[in-house]
Design a protein around this ligand. Structure first.
Ligand SMILES: O=P(O)(O)OC[C@H]1O[C@H](O)[C@H](O)[C@@H](O)[C@@H]1O
Length: 532
């Protein structure tokens, strides 16, 4: 299949896709599911290419794998675990079996407990020593931070109760900066850690505990924990009624839908949080039922595969024309790169194609005034993913939103159409002539034919955010199955952790640098001379 796709690519690589994009192609290469429209017309995928890509899904067994995932089979083979974040948004409670047990009663009970606690915090029924909670500090990292931090920003217009802060970095600047703005007597600290062993999180949690203890008599009463390790949360001193547990079949970067979403739920309320879950559930239903040729996550995945594994474009820019999605690129970096950044297939063989792409981005229009230069005229092609809402939330500034939308559409159009040398000459002919005209014109040429997809939606509501994040999760799943890798482990983060533990005494000066390489030893020496 890979060879067939590469062969086909050779036949279409030079085709100007601007010449292909008429109304028919725009409809044929777009799909609408629930509230979202995915347009992938501005690419050089043609019908044959799409057929081949969909054959690739069938050959890779995506249908069977998808059904196995939803059925609770242990598709995370290297860790022997099911992958069931979808159960967290299965609000109708249809049975989901793991090892012969229906997990839904526990899932729904935890959701009800979280909802009651979140509403108590919002209403003031739950208080700190100094009264109603004014600030929530979520201490977590990776999947225990990026999801809620991204979603609280994304849903800022729905955020109507305590201020929410997110502390992740072990750099003391992070926690010190946040705690400086909070009153310990009215702050709720949420320690979010699936394992409750992550060094950054546990270090920051102890710092927060000491900060609160200076003022608050019973600090444990103002701490909550989100974890799979209830013994460890108890040892930390957090009462069981404020521990919201989940199971190991929820991966860290897929955990926003359950207890790890508590800070989001406190920010927007339990009803809006459920609407967020319903959005994701709608995308799950679509993913399970739509034909691959009409299936949003599957199509987004095959476009990604086309650009990365077939065309060889190493990166992908995610460009939300939605300022509140400013943490989406960082969230997707973990979701996609920690899931599909692997060089070994499930059976232990080396991959024969590239692993998933480098994902990066910033909201438009800011990026336009920074790095779009490279996207338009650099020598490397960067496939772009534009996201845009029909409406913002600032009704009195709707004209500004229209300008935002115009910018978004202009960028994908410019990337596709480019500007020829003749057009560039015409632009500068009034100012220059002769050789100088040629030289100046060359700088103003845009190669064009640069691919992008656009995801459009009516407005960034909780329901739409749920759809969007579930769309990306399933896209990652499909790409992972096609590559034959396990998208649900993350062994690649272990080595650095082990070496950091070993280096701590070296940095502190209680162990020597004898067994370190020359570069590391010299850096330790320099930092020690400067007071580390
Ligand atoms: O939630 P925790 O157990 O504290 O884990 C936090 C994060 O750290 C790990 O190193 C993993 O790479 C991430 O996938 C995880 O989300």
């Amino acid at each position: 299949m890979w060879n067939a796709l590469k062969k086909h690519h050779a036949t279409v690589a030079d085709r100007k896709f601007i010449e292909l994009v008429d109304a028919d192609r725009a409809n044929d290469f777009s799909v609408i599911a629930s509230d979202m429209r995915l347009d992938y017309a501005k690419t050089n995928i043609d019908k044959t290419g799409r057929d081949l890509l969909i054959d690739l899904l069938e050959t890779a067994g995506v249908t069977a794998k998808r059904d196995a995932m939803f059925a609770g089979e242990a598709i995370n083979e290297t860790e022997g675990r099911a992958v069931l974040h979808t159960a967290l948004r299965n609000l109708d409670g249809d049975a989901v079996m793991v090892n012969g047990k229906d997990v839904m009663p526990d899932v729904l009970r935890t959701l009800a407990n979280m909802s009651a606690f979140a509403e108590d915090v919002r209403s003031g029924a739950f208080t700190g020593q100094g009264g109603k909670i004014t600030d929530v500090v979520n201490i977590g990292i990776g999947g225990s931070d990026l999801g809620p931090a991204m979603a609280v920003n994304a849903l800022a217009p729905y955020h109507n109760e305590p201020r929410c802060h997110f502390v992740s970095n072990v750099d003391p600047a992070d926690i010190a900066g946040v705690l400086r703005t909070c009153d310990p007597a009215t702050t709720l600290v949420i320690v979010a850690s699936k394992t409750f062993t992550t060094i950054e999180t546990m270090t920051n949690a102890r710092t927060a505990q000491a900060w609160m203890a200076e003022v608050v008599t019973d600090t444990g009463a103002q701490f909550a924990a989100l974890s799979t390790a209830e013994d460890k949360t108890a040892a930390f001193g957090i009462a069981p009624e404020r521990v919201f547990g989940f199971e190991d079949w929820v991966g860290g970067r897929y955990s926003l839908w359950g207890p790890i979403g508590l800070s989001l739920m406190i920010a927007i309320g339990a009803d809006a949080f459920k609407s967020f879950l319903r959005g994701a559930q709608a995308m799950d239903v679509h993913f399970k039922s739509a034909d691959w040729s009409e299936n949003l996550p599957a199509l987004l995945a095959v476009v990604g595969i086309w650009h990365n594994q077939i065309c060889g474009y190493a990166t992908r820019a995610v460009l939300p024309y939605d300022n509140n999605l400013n943490r989406l690129p960082a969230y997707l970096q973990q979701l996609e790169m920690e899931s599909n950044g692997k060089g070994v297939s499930m059976d232990g063989a080396d991959l024969t194609v590239n692993s998933g792409p480098v994902v990066w981005g910033e909201p438009g229009t800011n990026g336009q005034h920074a790095f779009y230069q490279l996207i338009h005229q650099g020598t490397r092609v960067v496939p772009c993913e534009f996201l845009v809402a029909a409406r913002g939330h600032e009704d009195d500034l709707h004209h500004q939103h229209q300008l935002l939308v115009a910018n978004c559409l202009a960028q994908s159009e410019a990337l596709m159409t480019g500007r020829t040398l003749d057009e560039a000459r015409a632009k500068v002919a009034v100012k220059f002539d002769g050789d100088e005209l040629e030289r100046q014109a060359k700088h103003r040429v845009f190669p064009g034919n640069r691919p992008s997809v656009t995801i459009a939606y009516p407005q960034m509501t909780p329901f739409v955010l749920g759809q969007l994040i579930a769309l990306y999760e399933h896209r990652v799943f499909v790409e992972g199955v096609v590559l034959g890798i396990n998208s649900y482990d993350q062994w690649g983060v272990e080595l650095g952790k082990e070496l950091a533990t070993a280096l701590q005494p070296v940095v502190e000066g209680t162990a020597g640098t004898d067994n370190k390489d020359g570069s590391t030893a010299a850096l330790v020496d320099f930092l020690q001379k400067h007071g580390v």
